[in-house]
Design a protein around this ligand. Structure first.
Ligand SMILES: [Mg+2]
Length: 126
């Protein structure tokens, strides 16, 4: 997990000190927020389309691997997943959440499903 030393090593700790001190993950939420260009009501659409587009880029890499035996490095995939994360956090910020909140909610949901034997199946609230 991202910690103070990681942020110091990347040169971001001082820039986001007030946010990082209480929650190092807030660094990334703040970092993303400072990169958002589209303002107002268009932001929602831009962020959703960005998330879908970047998820599509992940899928495209896998498709080309299957269809064309195309090769990509692990790092190429990590970069695309970073783009997905960026838009995930942008949307979390928009909905008054944070990266930590997204992670915690997801852990609780999946742990609960696992304990109840509901990892398989469908439905948001199973
Ligand atoms: Mg991308």
């Amino acid at each position: 997990m991202l910690n103070r030393k990681d942020l110091e090593d990347m040169g971001y700790f001082e820039m986001f000190y007030d946010k990082c001190e209480e929650d190092p993950l807030m660094f990334y939420s703040t970092f993303v927020e400072n990169k958002i260009i589209t303002k107002g009501s268009d932001r929602l659409y831009e962020n959703v389309l960005g998330l879908v587009g970047e998820a599509g880029e992940v899928a495209e890499k896998i498709k080309k691997r299957i269809r064309d035996y195309d090769r990509f490095s692990d790092e190429d995939m990590i970069k695309e997943l970073g783009d997905v994360l960026f838009y995930t956090v942008a949307l979390a910020n928009l909905f008054k959440g944070s990266l930590r909140h997204v992670i915690e909610q997801n852990i609780r949901k999946l742990d609960s499903r696992q304990k109840r034997g509901k990892l398989q199946g469908s439905g948001d609230n199973r």
